[in-house]
Design a protein around this ligand. Sequence first.
Ligand SMILES: [Zn+2]
Ligand SMILES: [Zn+2]
Ligand SMILES: [Zn+2]
Length: 357
Amino acid sequence: MNPEEPVREIRINPVVPSESVLVATERSLRPRKEEERVPHDTRAHVDSCPFCKGNEDRTPPTILAVPDEDDWEIRIVRNLFPVLGTESDQRSLSLGLQQVMDGYGHHEVIIDHDRHGIEVHEMPAPHLAELLGVYQRRMQELFATDDRIKYILVFKNFGSAAGASIKHTHSQLIAMPIIPENIYNEIEHSRSHYQQYHQCIFCNLIDEALTFEATIYNRESGEIRRKIDVGQYIVEKSARFMAIKPFASRYEWEVHILPLQHQSDFTRADQDDLADLAGVLKRTMQRLDRILGGAQYNYYFHTVPRCDIFSDCDTSYHWHLEICPRTTIPSGFELGSGLFVTTISPEQAAARLREAL
Ligand SMILES: [Zn+2]
Ligand SMILES: [Zn+2]
Ligand SMILES: [Zn+2]
């Protein structure tokens, strides 16, 4: 399909069919945060910042520091305003239709770098590999020491449009006793795909992206209705990872990064995987930064939960990193319908991202 052609169509997410996206490139239906850019904070150190070096006494105590506590480059502390906590031990409550689960869990902050204003695309790849290793290590520790934890979401908010309240570069980790809906849907759908076809749906998407081309003709006139070149969704590819623009992306500049070889569990990726992923992540973030001129974004890892009911999902689920730049505000239509609207086609966005570097 020609990326320049106007598109107005509803696309079904192949992994989670209940999630669909309206691609309408001819007119903007959505309120737009017009060119609102995060001024690039290049400062290395800010005296008043609780995450800067020398201010360690202004955060809760260190949980983990790399390479060590005195001269750290990456540091994990408990979140001062946790959304989930370990204080209460009441498991669940219900009154009629009102069901409540205790807000049990862990909420931690990962200070990504000792330099205050550095952005992900500026961090050296070895540092990013180290950071990915720290995410992994902390997830393993929490799973090993707390059997109430079923899922750990590692995520990053960057920029006020993406919900970041502290400017110093940081990520977060929330360990919870439930499986969040988005993960649950992906796990369930990929499991039923596996039961039907004996293949992982994410591996299928990767294979398609690498090989698939098709032409759909109009049956009566014989004219070409549409050319599909699935390779056009690839933004970046390395020996072990691929960054793709999903065909049914909810956000205009959304990009997903997946391991090329089947792996269900991010915490089991090895050192070589992390080094390779660091390079792909860095280049993908550079591309987004070039195009958006200071992207405000969220990224988060989706990996197989540690939970008995999903113990058979190693073959059917495939971990990945989702990067969602925030360029628009969801409208009433989107909140009311659950149908996300994008005004640039994923094909066009992927082409621009490929050309950006
Ligand atoms: Zn700082
Ligand atoms: Zn797979
Ligand atoms: Zn996902």
